[in-house]
Design a protein around this ligand. Structure first.
Ligand SMILES: O=C[C@H](O)COP(=O)(O)O
Length: 250
């Protein structure tokens, strides 16, 4: 049986105090259950308030963590600190971090290890650029990122893999259903080769321009166990439009 799907919302650098009400609206709508788990990764400034509003009905996580547990790293936050504030997960290796902060696979792996040590679920992101896809290198690039970013401590309970083609993020473009199926199948096989049968339970999310209008086409694809949603996670109404794609499928 495929793992329970996860719809995760990454607010990125968006949201002020007033926007936490969106989490309240989500929690209210999820009171009677949903066909999937739901998580929101707001900016850290809102995480405590979001957690309170979530009332345990959805997970709240962070968008990054440091590789170390504590120390002289001005401006950084450790995974232990995130766990201490009651967060359940952390996104690591998002392409915007790789691009804006020069994060390499080796950094992403250390961040995921730090998350695991702190008892957090690591959402590890991989994905090719447009140039890499056009050069026919998408699969090789993504497999390389997967091998070097996912630590040996990964198990289905503490790790989620998000495949996000960089060219699909925030652009309104998405790969074809066949291309998503092919990449997710490749990821599943690579994880199975490395982790054995447990890999069947590791959630593989698709991310990149997922919206209520295309969720019903993307989410049922084999080996797609949910979505990592950016822009369409900022308003509860849009995000619920994606979450409800699972209720309709039930
Ligand atoms: O983390 C989320 C992704 O980068 C997708 O963003 P998007 O849904 O705005 O394309």
């Amino acid at each position: 049986m495929p793992p329970k799907p996860l719809i995760a919302g990454n607010w990125k650098m968006n949201g002020l105090t007033a926007d936490v009400r969106e989490i309240g609206t989500l929690a209210q709508a999820l009171k009677d259950g949903a066909g999937c788990d739901v998580a929101v990764f707001p900016p850290l400034t809102l995480a405590a308030a979001a957690r309170e509003k979530a009332g345990g009905l959805l997970w709240i996580g962070a968008q990054d963590c440091h590789t170390k547990e504590s120390g002289a790293h001005t401006g950084d936050i450790s995974a232990a600190m995130l766990a201490d504030m009651g967060l359940q997960g952390v996104i690591v290796g998002h392409s915007e971090r790789r691009q804006d902060h020069g994060e390499r696979d080796s950094d992403v792996r250390l961040k995921a290890l730090a998350a695991h040590r702190a008892g957090l679920c690591a959402i590890i992101c991989v994905g090719e650029t447009r140039a890499e896809r056009e050069a026919g290198q998408a699969e090789a690039v993504v497999l390389g990122q997967l091998a070097a970013s996912v630590p040996e401590s990964a198990v289905p309970g503490n790790t989620v893999i998000a495949y996000e083609p960089v060219w699909a993020i925030g652009t309104g473009l998405t790969p074809t259903q066949d291309d998503i199926a092919a990449m997710h199948g490749t990821l599943r096989r690579a994880l199975t080769d490395r982790f054995g049968p447990a890999a069947a339970d590791m959630r593989l999310l698709y991310g990149g321009s997922v919206k209520p209008a295309n969720a019903a086409e993307i989410l049922p694809i084999t080996d797609v166990d949910g979505a990592l949603v950016g822009g369409a996670s900022l308003r509860a109404e849009d995000f619920l439009g994606i979450i409800r794609a699972y209720d309709q499928a039930d």
